[in-house]
Design a protein around this ligand. Structure first.
Ligand code: C5P
Length: 403
């Protein structure tokens, strides 16, 4: 059993998605894990401790100030005597408390006291998930090392609204738990991976540059997911505003030329995932001085020249990594363009996405991709970029398992 002997502290907070936590408990136990439940007061408005306790076959902890519970176990031990703290559902309120270090009930106190990995499955109304305050809190929590699964896009149970906010399904949460806990979850140990991420900035003069809307979210998430599977990761990042992921070597570059140099210097490697939105063109001769405006005179013209194609260079290199993956950001004919790219660039896989402005993918947090290989195509559902990364890392690990 995949989770045999693993101890999961499951914090259930107050949302309608709590009903799915009952099934989640069953699925975790089916896989051999023990589940120790903690419920907030809100959670008990949706499901009963009786049902949770029966399914978990354990005492349900609800009260920070319960003399009996404190005597028997104590909140500090609760927080530490487990392999993973799982929060499902994680409400906007609980995330806000965590982000700010509040500890005014048992669940939030455990979350402040724990030194174990924490995985949160948020569930809330789409407007609450999209709110600037929640976004800020989630960004902060990610920075603190909290992992997330979901929320997913879909119809909300109570209001019938559609949008992002639905809790991940129990099987998806179980997969995320396995990913974090699997003893053998280092299938990429000893493998070296080079990832490019973010945009490039191509100087026009010392103060101006050509750039694009890439945020680096997808590339950084892939680098993290590969590092989580044990890969030795070098992340070559263009200028982004998101923090460096932990546990890897990060090289910061500005221009495509610098990105290519950094990638080639990092060879040999086993895996290359070129996610960066490298500018196709650079200014043929960038000015050393700021270009002045001269009203009434002719406007300056920018002569462009092609940038090096880093993916193509790596795909045809004498030290070509065993697995070379590229991305294809297209606004039309996504699949046929991606197929052509597979051949031209010497890649094994192209991850194709439609970046038409209406999709909100470029610069956004979600992605809907097609996995294009020489022998087939697979459409993935609309996912958070972190979940695309986890799936892609699992797919990469699978390739190495097959030898
Ligand atoms: O040709 P196109 O830019 O659409 O190809 C996208 C893929 O190629 C991405 O994986 C991107 O990282 C990579 N690429 C590159 N160097 C370039 C242009 C694209 O590595 N100059």
């Amino acid at each position: 059993m995949v989770l045999a002997g693993k101890r999961i502290l499951l914090i259930i907070s107050g949302g309608i998605a709590a009903y799915k936590s009952l099934d989640l408990i069953r699925r975790l136990r089916e896989r051999g894990a023990s589940v120790r439940p903690v419920m907030t007061a809100g959670a008990q408005q949706f499901i009963t401790p009786l049902a949770v306790g029966a399914l978990a076959a354990d005492h349900v902890f609800t009260d920070l100030f319960s003399r009996q519970d404190e005597q028997d176990v104590g909140h500090i031990r609760l927080a530490r005597d487990c392999d993973l703290v799982l929060i499902a559902p994680a409400t906007a309120d609980l995330l806000a408390k965590m982000a700010n270090g509040l500890a005014d009930d048992l669940a939030s106190t455990i979350l402040l006291a724990t030194d174990r990995p924490v995985l949160a499955a948020p569930a809330m109304n789409p407007k609450m998930w999209a709110h600037a305050a929640t976004k800020r809190n989630v960004e902060m929590l990610r920075g603190d090392g909290i992992a997330f699964v979901g929320p997913m896009k879909g119809e909300m149970a109570e209001s019938g609204e559609t949008g992002t906010g639905r809790m991940a399904e129990p099987f998806e949460i179980v997969a995320a738990v396995e990913m974090r806990l699997h003893d053998g979850a280092k299938p990429l140990a000893g493998k070296k991976a080079i990832i490019t991420s973010g945009p490039t900035h191509e100087p026009i003069d010392p103060v101006r540059y050509i750039a694009n809307r890439s945020s680096g979210r997808q590339g950084h998430a892939i680098a993290s997911a590969l590092a989580a599977l044990g890969a030795d990761v070098t992340l070559v990042s263009g200028p982004v505003t998101i923090p460096d992921p932990a546990g890897m070597h990060v090289i910061h570059v500005e221009r495509a030329d610098d990105m290519r140099d950094a990638v080639l210097a990092a060879l040999p490697a086993d895996i290359a995932v070129m996610v960066a939105a490298v500018a196709d063109w650079k200014v043929a001769s960038a000015s050393d001085q700021k270009i002045k405006k001269h009203p009434g005179e002719s406007l300056p013209t920018l002569a462009l020249t092609e940038n090096p194609d880093i993916l193509k260079t790596v795909g045809h290199h004498t030290q070509r990594p065993k697995l070379v993956i590229g991305f294809a950001a297209e606004t039309q004919d996504v699949e046929s363009n991606a197929r052509a790219k597979l051949e031209r660039k010497g890649a094994d896989i192209i991850v194709a996405n439609d970046v038409s402005p209406a999709t909100g993918i470029m610069g956004g947090t979600r992605n809907r991709v097609k996995i294009i290989r020489h022998d087939g195509v697979e459409q993935w559902p609309d996912l958070d970029k972190d979940d695309v990364a986890v799936r892609l890392a699992a797919l990469i690990a699978e390739q190495f398992k097959q030898g």
